[in-house]
Write a protein that binds this ligand. Structure first.
Ligand code: ADP
Ligand code: MG
Length: 314
């Protein structure tokens, strides 16, 4: 993307969201008092299952959905008080692919540049098409592009006005692995040039690979907002359920266990960190406490478990 220079921001934060709520006309509370900041220069993941409220939040930032209450600012510009500057500071790659099938990629970018008031001398149409590897499709009809190409064109479209912040809403849904990788290479390249990146996804692994920080949203509520390493550590937990050879009244504990719980008098569930021990070591530890084991089942902690744990401890 060449030497894009970003205006000095009026805020330390690329995005700042405070007590944001949204109730749709039909009565659905899609966002409930959500607050978080996105630091400049970071890659921030907004993670949550389908229906969590991710697109609602993004669309409020994009000025496409009206919030019910709360506030948001982009690059220091409040979306109510300074909507033009806020809008100019962000590029949105929407979840849904929508194109006029009769525009070519080149025309689509020129049109977008026009909408954003980018003067002809400052347009970077071919440079952008090249960056998303669509230069040889510059004059093809959009309807002849593959799904992955359309997705890349949307990314180029979002960057037409050289915003300091780009938001990608579920950019890899339905995109194959190779294209996914290309998309991420490009996004990482933008980030290296100083662009702050926000991406929403319902794949923990994807967020884990790319993001410095991950926020989790569930039923419209923010339930976590942590550096990636910390959050992923919580998903590194595994559990074994053990049937013992005798009744116990308290679950046996050990320093190496994350948690030990009584399921019933003969059954215990032990949670451990799989980076620190394995199931065999858990069993040996229990046997070392003088208990016999009749049966073992293992459970892998997944994002659902992390959600559940975070919601229950909130
Ligand atoms: P996500 O992007 O995390 O999948 P959404 O923000 O799209 O979640 O949706 C959050 C909730 O709001 C869902 O229950 C969804 O059905 C509802 N919703 C989304 N858009 C609208 C709308 N335009 N009108 C009414 N309800 C909506
Ligand atoms: Mg969505």
């Amino acid at each position: 993307m060449g030497c894009v220079r970003y205006r000095m921001p009026m805020s330390e934060q690329a995005i700042s969201i405070k007590n944001l709520s949204k109730k749709y006309a039909g009565g659905k509370q899609a966002l409930n008092d959500v607050s978080f900041d996105v630091a400049q220069g970071s890659i921030f993941g907004l993670l949550g299952p389908n229906g969590a409220g991710k697109s609602t939040l993004i669309n409020i930032l994009a000025g496409m959905v009206m919030k019910s209450s709360g506030s948001a600012s982009i690059w220091g510009f409040d979306i109510d008080a300074n909507p033009r500057n806020a809008k100019a500071s962000i590029g949105i790659v929407p979840q849904e692919i929508m194109f006029d099938p009769f525009f070519t990629p080149k025309e689509a970018l020129e049109l977008q540049a026009g909408l954003y008031g980018v003067p002809k001398s400052k347009r970077r149409t071919m440079e952008l098409l090249k960056a998303v590897r669509l230069e040889d499709k510059a004059d093809a009809y959009a309807r002849t592009l593959s799904g992955g190409m359309k997705r890349r064109l949307l990314v180029a479209k979002a960057m037409v006005h050289a915003p300091p912040v780009i938001v990608l809403d579920e950019p890899t849904a339905g995109v194959d692995i190779e294209l996914r990788q290309q998309l991420w290479d490009y996004v990482l390249e933008l980030n290296k040039q100083g662009v702050t990146v926000v991406l929403t996804t319902h794949y923990l692994e994807e967020a884990e690979q790319l993001c410095d920080r991950i926020a989790i949203i569930n039923h419209g509520q923010l339930i976590a907002n942590k550096p990636t390493r910390e959050l992923v550590g919580m998903a590194r937990e595994k559990a074994v359920v053990l049937t013992l050879d005798r009744d116990v009244t308290v679950a046996p504990t050990h320093d190496a266990f994350e948690k030990s719980e009584l399921v019933n008098e003969r059954t215990i569930e032990i949670t451990y960190n799989k980076d620190r021990m394995n199931a065999g070591e858990v069993l040996t530890t229990i046997q070392g406490l003088g208990l016999g084991i009749l049966d073992v089942t293992t459970k892998e902690a997944d994002l659902e478990d992390v959600f559940l744990r975070l919601t229950s401890s909130a």
